[in-house]
Design a protein around this ligand. Structure first.
Ligand SMILES: [Zn+2]
Ligand SMILES: [Zn+2]
Ligand SMILES: [Zn+2]
Ligand SMILES: [Zn+2]
Ligand SMILES: [Zn+2]
Length: 299
């Protein structure tokens, strides 16, 4: 399960938005150790006995989650515009409207059908490969629509890095101007920051932190990749030196074979020579028989 989606999500006070599913809290629970909240169902989706806060990353033991009834009651009168039709009402009766009017909703982006609005919302928030969303850095200058599934890649794109760098520079100059004017600001002027504005800034800061984490993760991945390539290269170098050696050995044995060949060639030549010499002796011709004292022998 995820929280409640609504068409007026942007207008809902940020303190009522779950940082895990980015929708309106459904049965909010409070994490005792840091005091932040999340949907009960979003906490249930985490495995293990430690629940990580989606807002500050602090971990709370599962048994220490407090069902926040007071907070849930406060939310019952939130004004809602149905995410699937033009119905307007309050959160208290929204689920009833959804159950009665949107039993088999379809994803606008990819056409997949679902058995409940909650399944659809879950699909849109986590699974749909076609749903595009505003870049979460829209408020500080990125106007791009991004496929939800590609958000993490988009965060580390040149585009968002440039937006972030500009934002940090702006903050820096605002801060240094404020430091200079600090003596002029009295406590009355300070209160003109309204709570919503502060929450927005805090959300933006969280996005920045997320980005930094994504970058750090990416750096770690790159460094692992670098080590892997380094190792592969090393073993490649080793293998190629072994290969080189074996080629050298083969070459020298080829040389040996060549030498033997030359010797055999010489042997052959000398055998041929001998044969030729032998051929010099004539085997045909007239043999003369010399018989002495023929007279005596006849007589
Ligand atoms: Zn949630
Ligand atoms: Zn927290
Ligand atoms: Zn509706
Ligand atoms: Zn879809
Ligand atoms: Zn962006």
């Amino acid at each position: 399960m995820v929280g409640y989606n609504s068409r007026n999500l942007d207008g809902i006070q940020p303190s009522y938005i779950c940082n895990s599913c980015l929708l309106i809290f459904r049965d909010p629970v409070q994490l005792i150790d840091c005091g932040h909240r999340m949907c009960q169902s979003c906490a249930n989706e985490q495995s293990g006995n430690l629940i990580t806060c989606a807002e500050c990353d602090e971990k709370t033991i599962r048994e220490k989650l407090l069902i926040d009834r007071g907070f849930r009651n406060d939310m019952q009168t939130l004004p809602i515009v149905c995410s699937l039709c033009s119905w307007t009402g309050i959160l208290n009766i929204y689920q009833n409207h959804l159950d009665q009017n949107h039993q088999n909703p379809t994803c606008d982006s990819c056409g997949q059908k679902f058995n409940s609005v909650n399944d659809l919302d879950r699909h849109i928030q986590y699974d749909c490969e076609k749903t595009t969303v505003d870049c979460p850095l829209k408020q500080i200058g990125c106007q791009e629509m991004v496929l939800r599934l590609h958000l993490a890649e988009h965060y580390i794109s040149d585009q968002d890095q440039r937006v972030l760098v500009n934002f940090v520079r702006q903050m820096d100059s605002i801060l240094s101007t404020n430091m200079n004017n600090n003596s002029l600001i009295n406590s009355n002027q300070r209160t003109h920051f309204d709570v919503n504005e502060l929450e927005k800034i805090s959300k933006t800061t969280n996005i920045l932190l997320d980005n930094t984490k994504t970058l750090a993760d990416e750096l770690e991945r790159l460094s692992i990749e670098r080590n892997r390539i380094h190792n592969t290269l090393q073993s490649f170098i080793q293998e190629s030196s072994i290969l080189k050696k074996s080629i050298e050995e083969q070459n020298s044995s080829i040389d040996g074979i060549k030498f033997n060949e030359q010797i055999s060639e010489q042997d052959l030549l000398s055998v041929e020579q001998k044969l030729n010499n032998m051929n010099l002796d004539p085997y045909d011709g007239t043999y003369l028989w010399k018989i002495t004292n023929v007279q005596e022998k006849i007589g």
